[in-house]
Every structure is written in C-alpha cells, then in structure tokens.
Design a protein around this ligand. Structure first.
Ligand code: ZN
Length: 307
C-alpha cells in the first residue's frame, strides 16, 4: 500500500519546509469522500475489499532560521483499544523526526489546525508513571479557541474524535495558547479560520521571504515561480478543508465535514488567493503527495501539480 516514509524537504524563500509522517491508516472510502459516488472517487484512489482507503498523517516542519515550528502532531500513541481496532496506531512521527536528527526538545512551537485525534495526538505522551505530559517540553503550543470550546461539548456524531488528554493538560498548564484566528504566531507564520470540516478549523499560512534561501535550505528544491520572483512564496497547510489531492474539486468534501456547504465556500475563498498567487498547498492526509500546486485548467478541472 501507500507509504510516506520518505522525508520531503524544500525551501520557501528563507524558510525550510519538511514533511514528516506519523504513518498511514485505513479510512472508510465512503466517509472519506462524502456524497461523491464510489464510481467517481475510485478512479482517483483505490479501496481494499472492505472499502478502506489509506490515509496519511502529514506534519509540516518549518525552520525559520530562528524557530523550529511543527504543524500538526498526527495520531500519537494514546489511542484506546477500541480506536486501535479501527485505525491501528502507526505512531511513527517521533521516530521519523529522530531519523532526521530532530529531538522533541528542538521544537519551539507546535500548531494544531483543529483538535481531532488524528491532528494533535503527539501533543502529549504518558510518562513512566502514566501521567500525561507535553511531548515537546520546550514548545509553545497553539490551537483554535473555538475548537477547544467545541471539544468540551462535541456532538454525539464526532465525540469520538476528541481525546481531552491531547490538549486539556496543556491548556491547564498554560503551555497551550488558544487562538481566535488571524494571528501571526511568529513572523511569516499565521493562522486563518476556514469553516467547513469544523466550525473553527484554522489553516496555517507560511510566507517565505523573497530573499536568498536560508542556509539550511541551500540544498533543498527551490519553490517559487520565476515569473513571480519578486513576490514572496507562500505555502498553506490547509488541513481537513482539502485533506488529499483527490479532494481539490470544490464539491469533493469529506463525509466527516460538520458544515459541508461551508467547506465549498471556504474552498472558493482559499482558491481566490491560492490560485493566482501560486500557493504551495500542503495536504494533511495524502499518503503520496504531501504538497502540490493546485491549478485550474481551461476546462475548469482542478489539477494538483506536483512539486
Ligand atoms: Zn479533522
């Protein structure tokens, strides 16, 4: 099946971006593609005999030269037995970071787009006494305030998606800051609310400066359009608004989306800037293509052009 073991790395202006995977997990194809008929989605992704498709768990690591920022922390290792039966528990993120020489102490900032269990699982771990502690001891954590409020009283439908141990201890200790949406977290990295998947999910927008690449990124593939060389390149971790390259059509939302009509409006809002400004879109659950440029062909068809 699909793998996301390889580390992907590139330069965005003077920032270095890398994708690290927490592994892959099976999701019901019907839930993944909502009202889209299987005869259509099965042309883009394959399903096994139980109708499961494989989903990735992509975290984005940004080195700004001053800080190391981790966007999303995968599924983690604290799932209940019941959830392990559904999803497995790949729990590869820390090993994959370690293989690249990155220790938990090296992370300065953690940002969660929303608080579903498959996006903030490695925020915390159990220590040897079973107490839940921050995985990244020196990091400041950030998550949407509206998500946290909602997570305290979720609907019956999505209550299973919220595991309080992933965020409540961090809020209680003051290590997690709750965001309204629109904040700049460090220079060049900001959040923006896109309603649809949940009411308060926030995308993370990264503005690389148009200057020379940062030394750590010297050997990485350069991103940016030669015709737009004066403009600073922009990347966006769009999270579950568009979880994979198979979800880039306006109406291809997930069955999990709580506000599916808002997903469509939010995609329109995203494309209104991301297409003309040639943003690099980072896909949270794509097991093969963690990032791509989304383009609209003359026919109106959306295509993901690989980096
Ligand atoms: Zn989600």
């Amino acid at each position: 099946m699909w793998q996301t073991e390889d580390m992907h790395r590139l330069a965005l202006g003077d920032f270095e971006l890398s994708v690290f995977s927490d592994g892959t997990y099976p999701l019901d194809g019907g839930a993944f593609f909502g009202v889209i008929p299987k005869v259509m989605w099965s042309k883009k992704v394959s399903a096994d005999d139980k109708n499961y498709v494989m989903a990735g768990l992509n975290s984005l690591l940004i080195r700004t030269g001053k800080q190391t920022v981790l966007v999303e922390t995968g599924m983690g290792n604290k799932l209940s037995e019941r959830m392990v039966k559904f999803y497995g528990q790949p729990a590869k993120l820390l090993d994959n970071l370690s293989a690249a020489g990155i220790a938990p102490e090296d992370i300065d900032i953690v940002i969660n787009s929303h608080l579903h269990f498959d996006h903030c699982g490695w925020n915390t771990v159990r220590d040897k006494d079973g107490k839940i502690v921050a995985t990244f001891p020196k990091a400041k954590y950030f998550a949407p305030e509206g998500e946290w409020q909602y997570a305290r009283k979720p609907s019956d439908r999505d209550a299973i998606s919220y595991i309080p141990g992933n965020y409540d201890p961090l809020v209680a200790s003051g290590q997690m800051t709750l965001l309204k949406g629109g904040e700049e977290i460090v220079p060049g990295i900001s959040v923006k609310t896109f309603r649809g998947h949940t009411a308060s999910m926030q995308a993370v927008i990264v503005h690389g400066s148009g200057k020379n690449p940062h030394p750590v990124a010297e050997n990485a593939t350069m991103v940016g359009q030669p015709s737009h060389s004066s403009a600073a390149p922009i990347a966006c971790y769009i999270s579950d608004l568009m979880p994979t390259t198979a979800h880039i059509d306006l109406t291809w939302g997930m069955g999990f989306d709580l506000h599916p009509l808002d997903t469509i409006e939010s995609k329109k809002e995203y494309y209104a800037r991301a297409l003309p400004e040639k943003w690099l879109t980072v896909f949270t659950h794509d097991p093969e293509t963690p990032w791509a440029y989304i383009e609209k062909e003359e026919s109106g068809k959306m295509v993901a052009r690989e980096v």
